[in-house]
Design a protein around this ligand. Structure first.
Ligand code: GLV
Length: 398
């Protein structure tokens, strides 16, 4: 067994173990993937200020997200098809998150249902909602999440229409995937995955199939979302969703200060600054670039969380120092899940926690709440001769 020390180690393992059609679904973005790539690379443009000889004992990454105690400001993001990265994936990830002390968010597009996850966990998890054209069905999802004791509803607003995901179209992503010869050969080469799938009865979208009228299978993701997701949804619909839910309410997919203010006006307890992991509007800015403006726009009216591009504890630290009260990991935990099931999700959380804790000490802080922009160095602040002059020279040369 190789020694696993980074999320990248888990990614490589997942790539070997998960059928390509599902691995590609997780590990890709829309269209040219420029936003998908920028989401991670933007974190590397920010450097850290090293301060020494600070007593760094007794460090703490503990904080709260929408009033919930968390071991670190990291939740598991809602991700579709999670139970196709590994059999019973949502249950395993929820259990790993619960043991670690961070929130798990179940996607509407999950394989294990709300009820499956509730039966397999002891603490409340969060539920993410996509609003379907069939409003009665959307309302029934809210009621089921309430009945299962979910402690927050995360309403996603940036996927009324699916981003153009070329790999998924080419691979024939669906449940079951298109039975092309290439897919069948590839799946046959993943024996661990196949054994897992043979050992579970959870192999379809169990929140939906058998619950929504007339939905008994999913041809491809793109056809299905085009048919079911409500493109007519507007800010006016938020009130009935929030009122029907009646509990902690989070709005996901905010990338603009104006939308952030609207979400706060609608009573969101938190907003998630997110471009959906670069899977929706290719060409959008990265969440980190818009975070300071959004924090300014909403003040303390709502908590500001961030996802998209986080692959390390250093990334978490940078987002928090820039004003995010919490962050979410999607791919980082999916790689762990695909690599090693529940132990892999735990490993992903341990890796991120270790990096966060070490970096906290090395920037001279002991409490996560003490991080701020002073801990960061942006490209325009790098001292000469590597700093601004270098950038100006580059601009002149172009
Ligand atoms: C669903 O949330 C997706 O990004 O595919």
């Amino acid at each position: 067994m190789p020694v696993i020390t980074t999320i990248e180690d888990l990614r490589q393992m997942a790539e070997r173990r998960v059928p390509r059609v599902f691995y590609d679904y997780a590990d890709s973005g829309s269209w040219t993937e420029q936003t998908y790539r920028a989401n991670s690379s933007i974190f590397h443009q920010i450097r850290l200020r090293q301060l020494v000889a600070v007593n760094m004992q007794g460090r703490s990454t503990r904080t709260t997200m929408v009033g919930h105690d968390v071991a670190m400001p990291v939740a598991l993001a809602p991700t579709g098809f999670t139970g196709m990265q590994h059999a019973d994936g949502e249950i395993l990830a929820a259990q790993a998150a619960e043991a670690f002390g961070v929130p798990f968010t179940l996607s509407t597009m999950s394989i294990c249902s709300i009820e499956d996850v509730a039966m397999a966990t002891t603490r409340p998890f969060w539920f993410q909602l996509y609003v379907m054209r069939d409003r009665e069905f959307a309302a029934s999802l809210i009621d089921r999440a309430k009945a299962a004791g979910c402690s927050a509803l995360v309403l996603t607003l940036d996927l009324q229409l699916l981003g153009q995901r070329h790999k998924d179209l080419k691979n024939g992503l669906g449940v079951p995937p298109r039975l092309s010869v290439a897919n069948m050969v590839n799946i046959a080469m993943k024996p661990r995955w196949c054994m897992g799938m043979l050992g579970t009865h959870r192999r379809t979208f169990r929140n939906i199939v058998g619950h929504a009228k007339g939905v008994d299978n999913l041809k491809t993701l793109s056809e299905w979302t085009a048919a079911q997701f409500d493109q007519a949804l507007t800010w006016d619909d938020i009130d009935w969703i929030r009122d029907r839910w009646g509990g902690t309410f989070i709005i996901k997919g905010i990338m603009d200060p104006e939308d952030a203010r609207r979400a706060a006006d609608k009573g969101a307890d938190a907003i998630i600054v997110s471009n959906h992991g670069g899977r929706q509007l290719d060409g959008a800015l990265t969440p980190l670039e818009v975070l300071p403006q959004i924090v300014d726009a909403v003040g303390d009216r709502t908590e500001v969380h961030l996802d998209s591009g986080i692959r390390s504890g250093q990334d978490v630290l940078k987002a928090v120092a820039m004003g995010a009260k919490g962050t979410y990991i999607g791919r980082a935990f999916l790689y762990g899940l695909g690599a090693m099931g529940k132990a892999g999700v735990t490993k992903a959380l341990e890796i991120i926690h270790k990096e966060l804790d070490t970096t906290l000490g090395l920037v001279g802080r002991t409490d996560i709440h003490d991080l701020n922009m002073d801990n960061l160095i942006f490209p325009h602040q790098v001292p000469e001769p590597f700093g601004p002059a270098k950038w100006k020279k580059r601009a002149r040369a172009k």
